[in-house]
Ligand binder design. Structure first.
Ligand SMILES: [Zn+2]
Length: 421
């Protein structure tokens, strides 16, 4: 079994050794001897758990910066126009590019909402990280389409049985306002029958709340409860416009909320994510970037910093979201939601480890590592990434990186040549 020895690594404000055996963190102790192991001198590095991006659309790297400074609806029309021109090649290289970016910024797992999960799973497999794929149901109330979407979900679920252990599958519902009631109920039932997670966009904009009250006489969260979607299985991206009763419900059912701070800010859909209130109610709070169409990058370190300073700012309270809470949101809470034995550097956990280079201005002096990591550093300090016990980046070099950049750039040109704005 392969072994990696991280020698003299900074963790929990001290230096020690970490032995990775196979895909597990086997031992954390001083002076570990492992003559067979690949030894890495970490005397200038710190180990942190890999970040888990809880809501993204990975292949949307191919829509990065395509249209800017527009209102949501016209912007969406542009994005959908671009996505309609995707082919398998574009989807594959878009996913490869996303994985490359995630590795470079310290993310070892992502929760994806898109189509073509088998191509995404192939990209993830090749790049060595983890992901949860889904088939994103979207019917806009068209009953014929709804039937097709149910069949597509079942087909993709069957395909996912041949995925490797690093690729998981979830049921995905685009949003309550784009999926008919029958398919919302079907998603809940199918997830329960097959023990799958459910991924949804929920309460993202103020308009969504107004429309929901008009159409169903209740909030989107209450509507989800009525249809049987609220449970520990549910991963609710955005969860931005919540009433006190919505928060109570999400806590009582143990729903996972995903804050997509940069996307929300840039699309101007809102910024008062009720982080403290959700945590106090018992909901599981996590963090995501959303797709590159809206957030432009997949950088979880950037998202962590923005999330924290924004909470402090609008609450006018610098004590809001202390560092320990914040860092849990970036990995531990997400691992719990995905039922993954990761998210913490601890003996017996999966070896999903990021090595941070501390030999730079951002960590000097190092009075408070966590503060330096979130508020001072950026993802250029991510030096080495280990996922499932394998080194996927070392000294910021990823195998095949240039090929990915070249192919993704060519795909982008091809994509744009097909579109008339
Ligand atoms: Zn999204």
């Amino acid at each position: 079994m392969s072994e990696i020895l991280l020698k003299n690594v900074y963790i929990d404000d001290r230096r020690t050794d970490i032995l990775v055996r196979g895909n597990i963190i086997a031992k954390i102790a001083d002076g570990i001897e492992a003559p067979e192991a690949e030894s890495i001198d970490c005397s200038r590095m710190a180990a942190i758990p890999g970040f888990i991006n809880m809501h993204t659309h990975a292949a949307m790297t191919m829509t990065r910066s395509v249209k800017e400074d527009m209102k949501l609806q016209p912007w969406l029309q542009h994005i959908w126009k671009v996505e309609a021109q995707y082919d398998k090649d574009i989807l594959y290289w878009g996913n490869k590019l996303a994985c490359l970016e995630m590795i470079k910024t310290g993310t070892t797992c992502f929760n994806d909402m898109y189509w073509g999960g088998d191509l995404a799973a192939l990209a993830v497999d090749e790049m060595g990280i983890r992901a949860v794929h889904s088939y994103c149901m979207l019917d806009n109330g068209d009953m014929e389409k709804a039937e097709k979407e149910r069949r597509a979900l079942i087909r993709d679920f069957e395909k996912s049985r041949s995925f490797s252990s690093r690729n998981m599958f979830a049921v995905s519902v685009h949003a309550p306002y784009t999926v008919c009631e029958d398919n919302m109920r079907f998603a809940a039932m199918f997830a329960e029958q097959n023990d799958l997670l459910i991924h949804i966009h929920l309460s993202e904009t103020e308009q969504e709340i107004t429309d929901s009250q008009e159409k169903w006489g209740c909030s989107p969260v209450e509507y989800c409860e009525r249809l049987g979607l609220l449970s520990e299985r549910l991963i609710a991206a955005h969860s931005l416009w919540l009433s006190p009763h919505d928060i109570e419900l999400m806590g009582a059912y143990g729903v996972t909320a995903v804050h997509n701070v940069n996307s929300n800010l840039k699309i101007a859909s809102g910024y008062k994510f009720p982080m403290e209130e959700l945590i106090a109610a018992g909901a599981n709070v996590t963090l995501g970037t959303d797709g590159c169409g809206s957030s432009n990058n997949l950088d979880m370190m950037e998202a962590l910093k923005t999330a924290a300073i924004l909470q402090k700012a609008w609450r006018r309270n610098p004590e809001a979201i202390p560092l320990d809470t914040l860092l849990k949101i970036g990995s531990e809470n997400a691992a719990k939601a995905l039922r993954l034995n990761a998210g913490k550097i601890e003996e017996g956990r999966l070896a999903d480890i990021v090595l941070i280079d501390m030999n730079n201005v951002f960590f000097t002096p190092n009075y408070n590592f966590k503060a330096n990591l979130v508020y001072s550093a950026n993802s250029s300090c991510v030096d080495t990434v280990i996922c499932d016990g394998r080194i996927v980046m070392r000294g910021r070099k990823v195998e095949g990186e240039q090929e990915i950049l070249d192919n993704a750039a060519a795909c982008g040109e091809r994509l744009m040549s097909r579109i008339q704005f």
